[in-house]
Write a protein that binds this ligand. Structure first.
Ligand SMILES: Nc1ncnc2c1ncn2[C@@H]1O[C@H](COP(=O)(O)OP(=O)(O)OP(=O)(O)O)[C@@H](O)[C@H]1O
Ligand SMILES: [Mg+2]
Length: 254
């Protein structure tokens, strides 16, 4: 079943056409990798999926809620935002809260659960990611990889329809990348719908169902991740793939 559908979607920021004529279907339970050169519009596309970026043309439908450019009400925005959560490059944890407090925060803030219930759900979510031992630690005492995994727990705790990742490992020291990729890979095995902007091509090949290649604001290639992200072809995508470091970082699929 299609969970997210973009039709003829364009985004203008100021005078600049940042995305043009995007058509994209994201099936429920699938992983979609977004790859492409710097400045091509990957982050903007991800932000459009939860209306942090407003489209100038076209439509976006998320889990049955339709938003049409220039006719998007506050109610529609809220409904669509409620369906997704985002994981950022820079973790964005609250420094004054423990790992547990961070994971509880969406439940409390969005009035999904009262304190005791929120604490229980958050503890379970941390445990599912193997993080129960650091629940009481503050972000400053955690490695970048641990902080990012806590922020993934925080993104999952409210059971969103889709989790959006914007280069989740690119701020990490190389030796910490694998821990985060493995965590994301375990979510893929649980059929959690995810859209991931990444330069980790080997990872994308292994866990993504579909991949899209964005260049100059347009989807210029799209298809099965293993095929599209192959280094063997002679097209634009293979050239891009070959320009990146393609070390395999994850063990979950090996
Ligand atoms: N708020 C903004 N104001 C002006 N221009 C913007 C804004 N946001 C994005 N852009 C422009 O839109 C284009 C796409 O930006 P975007 O951040 O989506 O690219 P990206 O593919 O995520 O790049 P990177 O790989 O470097 O993260 C860039 O040319 C950028 O300068
Ligand atoms: Mg970006």
């Amino acid at each position: 079943m299609t969970l997210i559908q973009l039709k003829n979607l364009s985004v203008k920021i100021g005078q600049k056409q940042v995305l043009r004529n995007i058509d994209l279907d994201i099936p429920e339970g699938s992983v979609t990798a977004i790859v492409g050169p710097s400045g091509s519009g990957k982050t903007t596309l991800l932000r459009t999926l939860n209306l942090l970026q407003v489209p100038s043309e076209g439509t976006i439908e998320v889990d049955g809620v339709l938003a049409t450019a220039n006719h998007i009400s506050k109610d529609t925005t809220r409904k669509i935002r409620d369906k997704s959560t985002m994981v950022f490059q820079q973790f964005n944890l609250f420094k004054n809260l423990t790992a547990l407090g961070n994971v509880m925060s969406p439940l409390i803030y969005n009035k999904i659960a009262k304190f005791d219930e929120a604490e229980k759900i958050a503890q379970q979510t941390l445990a599912n990611l193997g993080l129960e031992q650091i629940a009481d630690q503050y972000p400053v005492t955690l490695s970048g990889g641990q902080q990012q995994r806590v922020s993934i727990a925080r993104a999952l705790v409210s059971k969103p329809k889709v989790v959006l990742f914007d280069e989740p490992t690119s701020a990490l020291d190389p030796e910490l990348v694998a821990s985060v990729l493995n965590t994301i890979a375990t979510l893929a095995l649980q059929n959690i719908t995810m859209v991931i902007v990444t330069h980790e091509i080997e990872f994308a090949r292994q866990i993504a169902n579909q991949a899209i290649f964005v260049e100059d604001g347009a989807i210029v290639a799209q298809g099965d991740a293993k095929t599209l992200l192959s280094a063997e072809g002679d097209g634009r995508v293979s050239a891009f793939v070959n320009s990146l470091d393609n070390r395999a970082h994850i063990e979950a699929f090996q």
